[in-house]
Design a binder for this molecule. Structure first.
Ligand SMILES: [Cu+2]
Length: 379
C-alpha cells in the first residue's frame, strides 16, 4: 500500500512541484510575434473572456484589493495571481503568459508598437475604445464593466514610464525587500496603470484585468522582482518599509499559500523569464535626457490609500533621481536558449488530487518515520 501511494505521489508531485516537466520561460510580447505565439495568447485570452474564467480572476483582484496592494503582499500575491492566469491560458493553448517590457518604451510609450494594430490596438480619441487590432471593439467584448475595452490615455501628465536605468538604480541601491517593493509598487507599477487608464479607462479601475496589458504589465513587474532577487541573491520578505511586521509565514488569499512558497520563481513556480534586448523601436529618450515620471497622487487616494501611504508615495516618487552613473545591466542569468513551449501541467483538479495524495503520503511517511526529504508543498 505504502509503495503504491508513494509511487502515485511521486508521479503527481513531480509534475507540479518539482518542475520535472520543465521550466516555463515567459517571453517579451514582441518575441512572441516573431515565434508565432502571439496568436495563441490572444486566442486563449479571448476564450477566457468568453467562458467566464477571466471574470472570476478579475473579481478576485477586486475583492482582495486591500489584501494585495499597498502592503508587502503586493509582489508575492501578484506572482501567484499571474501563475493562476497562466495555468488558465495554458489550458486554452497559450504556452505561457508573456510580459511587456514597457521600460523599452518608457520615454514615449503611447507611440510604442504595442499600441498599434499589430499588438494591442489604437484607440478612438473620443470614445476611447480600441478601434483596431485583435482587441478592437468589433471583435472583443470585455467580460466586466463596459462592453468595449477603454484606454483613456492620461495626457495631462507627462506620459512617460520609468527608464531602465531608474529601475536599475532601485535594484542596486535598495537592499531590503520592502524598500524595493514600495518603490516599484508606488512608482513604476502605478504609472503604467495611470497613464493607460487615465480617468475612466479599464487600467485605472478594479476591472483592469479586462485589458490584456494588465497581465503583461504585471508579468514584467514580476520579472523585475525575479531579477532583483537574483541580483542580490535575496529571497527574503519583510514589511518594514510598509510599516508592517509581516514575515514569510504571511498567508496569501484566496490560495492559502504562504509567502515562503512564492519566493523562488524557478524552483517553486517553474517559471523563468527570457531576457529581451529588444530593438529600441520607440524613442529611447526625449530631448536627449531621461524623463522622470510623475504619478498623480489621486491615483492612490482614489484607491483607498490612507494619508500615510499617499505621503510615502509622495516621498518615493518626488525623490527619483537619474543616477549620475548609469548602472550596468542587471545580470539575469537567463539561459539564451529558449524552448518554444514548456510543459507546466496541473489543472485545478490535478492540484486538488495532488493535495489529497500529499496528505496521504505525508501521513504514511510520518507513520513510517522518514522520507520527508523530497517535496515542497506549494499548492
Ligand atoms: Cu493589482
Amino acid at each position: 500500500m505504502f509503495s503504491l501511494v508513494f509511487l502515485i505521489f511521486n508521479l503527481v508531485a513531480s509534475q507540479i512541484f518539482n518542475c520535472q516537466n520543465g521550466i516555463f520561460y515567459r517571453k517579451e510580447v514582441r518575441q512572441l510575434q516573431q515565434d508565432g505565439e502571439l496568436e495563441k495568447f490572444i486566442t486563449a485570452f479571448k476564450l477566457m473572456a468568453k467562458d467566464g474564467s477571466l471574470v472570476k480572476l478579475i473579481n478576485n483582484h477586486g475583492k482582495l484589493w486591500s489584501h494585495s496592494h499597498f502592503n508587502p503582499r503586493f509582489l508575492p500575491w501578484h506572482r501567484l495571481y499571474l501563475k493562476e492566469m497562466e495555468l488558465e491560458l495554458q489550458k486554452r493553448g497559450s504556452p505561457y503568459l508573456p510580459f511587456w517590457d514597457w521600460s523599452i518604451d518608457s520615454q514615449d510609450p503611447l507611440h510604442s508598437i504595442i499600441f498599434s494594430s499589430l499588438f494591442f490596438g489604437e484607440n478612438d480619441n473620443k470614445t476611447r475604445e480600441i478601434v483596431n487590432g485583435p482587441f478592437s471593439r468589433d471583435v472583443y467584448n470585455t467580460p466586466v464593466g463596459t462592453i468595449n475595452l477603454i484606454r483613456d490615455y492620461n495626457i495631462t501628465q507627462k506620459s512617460i514610464f520609468y527608464h531602465p536605468s531608474l529601475i536599475q538604480g532601485y535594484t542596486i541601491n535598495k537592499t531590503r525587500f520592502s524598500d524595493w517593493s514600495v518603490s516599484i509598487e508606488y512608482g513604476p507599477h502605478a504609472i503604467v496603470h495611470s497613464v493607460i487608464g487615465g480617468a475612466t479607462g479599464d487600467m485605472s479601475s478594479w476591472i483592469a484585468g479586462n485589458d490584456p496589458l494588465f497581465w503583461l504589465h504585471h508579468a514584467f513587474i514580476d520579472k523585475l522582482w525575479h531579477d532583483y532577487q537574483k541580483y542580490h541573491n535575496l529571497y527574503s520578505f519583510d514589511g518594514v518599509a510598509y510599516g508592517s511586521q509581516m514575515n514569510t509565514d504571511e498567508i496569501l488569499l484566496p490560495w492559502n499559500i504562504t509567502v515562503k512558497n512564492t519566493l523562488n520563481n524557478e524552483k517553486q513556480l517553474c517559471t523563468l523569464y527570457t531576457s529581451y534586448n529588444g530593438n529600441k523601436n520607440t524613442h529611447e529618450s526625449v530631448n536627449g535626457s531621461i524623463g522622470i515620471p510623475v504619478v498623480p497622487e489621486d491615483w492612490f487616494s482614489n484607491r483607498g490609500a490612507n494619508e500615510t501611504i499617499v505621503e510615502q508615495m509622495r516621498n518615493e516618487t518626488n525623490n527619483v533621481q537619474v543616477p549620475t552613473q548609469v548602472p550596468t545591466q542587471v545580470p539575469t542569468q537567463v539561459p539564451t536558449q529558449v524552448p518554444s513551449s514548456g510543459a507546466y501541467g496541473g489543472s485545478t483538479r490535478g492540484i486538488l488530487f495532488s493535495t489529497v495524495v500529499i496528505v496521504i503520503a505525508n501521513t504514511v511517511t510520518a507513520v513510517s518515520g522518514g522520507l520527508k526529504c523530497c517535496f515542497k508543498v506549494l499548492f
